[in-house]
Design a protein around this ligand. Sequence first.
Ligand code: HPA
Ligand code: ZN
Length: 343
Amino acid sequence: MTTNSGSNDIFIDRLPKAELHLHLEGSLEPEMTFRIAERNRLPLPYSNAESLRSAYDFSNLQDFLDLYYQGAGVLQTEEDFFDLTQAYFARIHLDCVRHAEVFFDPQTHTERGLPFRIAIEGILAGMKAAELAYGITSHLIMCFLRHMDEEAAFKTLKLAEPWLDKIIGVGLDSSEVGHPPEKFARVFRACQERGLRKVAHAGEEGPPSYVSQALDILGVDRIDHGNRSMEDSKLVTRLSRSSITLTVCPLSNLKLRVIGDMQNHPIGRMLEKGLRATVNSDDPAYFGGYINANYKAIANAGVVDRKGLLTLARNSFLGSFLSDEMVLTHLDAIDAYECACEK
Ligand code: HPA
Ligand code: ZN
């Protein structure tokens, strides 16, 4: 097989992979926004899906978050959350995703008066239906909004109590700069005591010290994004030695101007330094592509080669919260795929 962009695309299309950084609310496509708004008799400040999509031009994370929270406002019923979840899994089935660990932001919904159970019950039903329909396994991660205070995160943890056996872990997202991980030290400790896994967005716009804080103070298992870790060589060595997974999101980075152009995306350098980087879509409805589009963006920009693509797919299972046995099964499938492609 040659390695021009067309054959890279086919190679990526059929490569088994996991997705570890996906905000379900960020998979709300404009067409679905309109469908759900109509069903719920809600007015929208756009005339159609195309005009909403054309508003997706961001200068930074906050620009995006403003529209993301506005969009999530159409979600009102369990059925809405079910449809959203179902549509995401139907789409990633086409991208050869075998397992997904997905985020939701309960405070985005409880803050506007929706009961906690509406979002989570709709999402869990969608995840179950997707496993039946496509064989894609999944875990749910509940994120705390970091622009809110720690007390609000504690209240959310309390609301989640009846569902804690259905949530694999907690995360930290929303506006990063000015809201360091240390702000959530106590609530993350409470989550650890409840046996939850922990992840946090860090080093997307915030400095490398936020990545260190997420590791040292929150005790996270993974770092979401982590791009700015590359500015601190001691941190890079630490991440590499401890095999901490970074859930990197190339198209998100481009859209939110975390990078200037794809040719300079750090993911190739991350792999060279031995970091356990993975590829993810973050908020695909807003950033112009699902997971395979993200793999293709870095491959076609010359940032990673075929060997790098295989490493990234292997890392996606190694960094997951799947059992060791399931990880090995998925790694075997990648080995078999590699062999078949070499023939
Ligand atoms: N960063 C921070 N918060 C978010 C993101 C992101 O990329 N997407 C949804 N919430
Ligand atoms: Zn994210």
